[in-house]
Design a protein. Structure first.
Length: 255
C-alpha cells in the first residue's frame, strides 16, 4: 500500500463567524473541521468540536441562525461526560440526572491530569467544576477531539497510543484530558476487520486545571494568531502516534 504523508493533508483550519475589530483575536469563531486527504487505513477524519452553552445568535440581516461548523450549541459538560463514560452523572446546578449506564461500548477510559490535580480524575466532580467555571450563557465550556482507529490497528495498540497522545495534550495545555474509547463490537468475539468503528472521544477543558480547581482560560485555541499552529500540531502528533502504533505491529505506514 502506498504511504500517505502528513504533508499531503490540508491542515489549515478555516475561520468563520462575526469579526469584531475591537477584539479580533478572541471574537471570531474557529472552524476546526478539515478537508483531509489523510485516508490511509481509513484514518478519514480528525474532528475538533467546540462546546457552547447557549444557542446560536440571530443573523439580523437574514433572520436566520448564525451557526459555525464545528460548534455544538446548547451543550452540557455533565451530559457529555456521562455519555462518553457510559455512566450516570448528576448536574449539581440543575439536579438533572444523566444516566447512560446501560450503554456497554466503553472499551477504556484514560485520565491525564496535571501534578497535584488528582481530584479531576473524579468524572462527576470534573464535569460539574467545568460547568460552574463559566458564567456567561454563551460560554465555550469545552472542546472534544473525535477520531477513529485505523483499520488494521489492534485495539490494545490503539489504547496505548491514545494514552500517549492524551498525556501529550495534558502537558501542552496544562489541563486534565479525558479520553473515552468506544467500541460498538466490544462483546463481539468476531469483530469485523474493517469498519469496526473503534473510536475515541477526547475531552479538552477550556481552562487550565489546578489543585484548587479550574484556572485561567486556555486562549491558545481561541486566538487567531496561535490556533492554526496548535491544531496543526495536534493533527501531526496524532499522525505520528498512529505511525508509531503500526510500527509496533511490524508495519511501516506513513500518514
Amino acid at each position: 500500500m502506498s504511504a500517505l504523508r502528513a504533508s499531503q493533508c490540508n491542515l489549515a483550519p478555516r475561520f468563520a463567524g462575526v469579526y469584531n475589530s475591537k477584539l479580533p483575536h478572541l471574537t471570531r469563531e474557529i472552524d476546526f473541521q478539515y478537508d483531509s486527504a489523510m485516508t490511509a487505513r481509513n484514518l478519514t477524519y480528525f474532528k475538533i468540536n467546540t462546546w457552547r452553552r447557549g444557542a446560536p445568535t440571530i443573523n439580523k440581516s437574514t433572520g436566520g441562525l448564525r451557526k459555525t461548523k464545528g460548534v455544538v450549541y446548547n451543550k452540557s459538560v455533565v451530559a457529555s461526560l456521562a455519555y462518553r463514560g457510559c455512566c450516570k452523572l448528576i448536574d449539581a446546578i440543575s439536579g438533572t440526572v444523566h444516566n447512560y449506564g446501560s450503554k456497554n461500548h466503553l472499551l477504556a477510559e484514560i485520565f491525564a491530569t496535571p501534578k497535584g490535580c488528582g481530584w479531576s480524575k473524579d468524572r462527576q466532580r470534573l464535569a460539574n467544576v467545568m460547568e460552574a467555571a463559566e458564567n456567561r450563557n454563551d460560554s465555550r465550556i469545552g472542546r472534544e477531539i473525535v477520531t477513529v482507529c485505523p483499520d488494521g490497528m489492534k485495539p490494545n495498540t490503539f489504547i496505548s497510543e491514545v494514552t500517549a497522545y492524551t498525556h501529550w495534550l495534558q502537558k501542552r495545555y496544562r489541563t486534565t484530558i479525558v479520553a473515552d474509547i468506544h467500541d460498538p463490537h466490544k462483546d463481539n468475539p468476531n469483530p469485523p476487520k474493517t469498519g469496526r468503528n473503534l473510536h475515541v472521544h477526547i475531552t479538552v477543558p477550556t481552562r487550565e486545571v489546578t489543585p484548587q480547581g479550574m484556572g485561567v482560560k486556555l486562549r491558545e485555541l481561541d486566538d487567531l494568531n496561535y490556533s492554526r499552529h496548535e491544531v496543526n500540531d495536534m493533527r501531526r502528533e496524532w499522525a505520528l502516534a498512529m505511525e508509531r502504533g503500526f510500527k509496533q505491529q511490524g508495519e511501516n505506514i506513513e500518514f
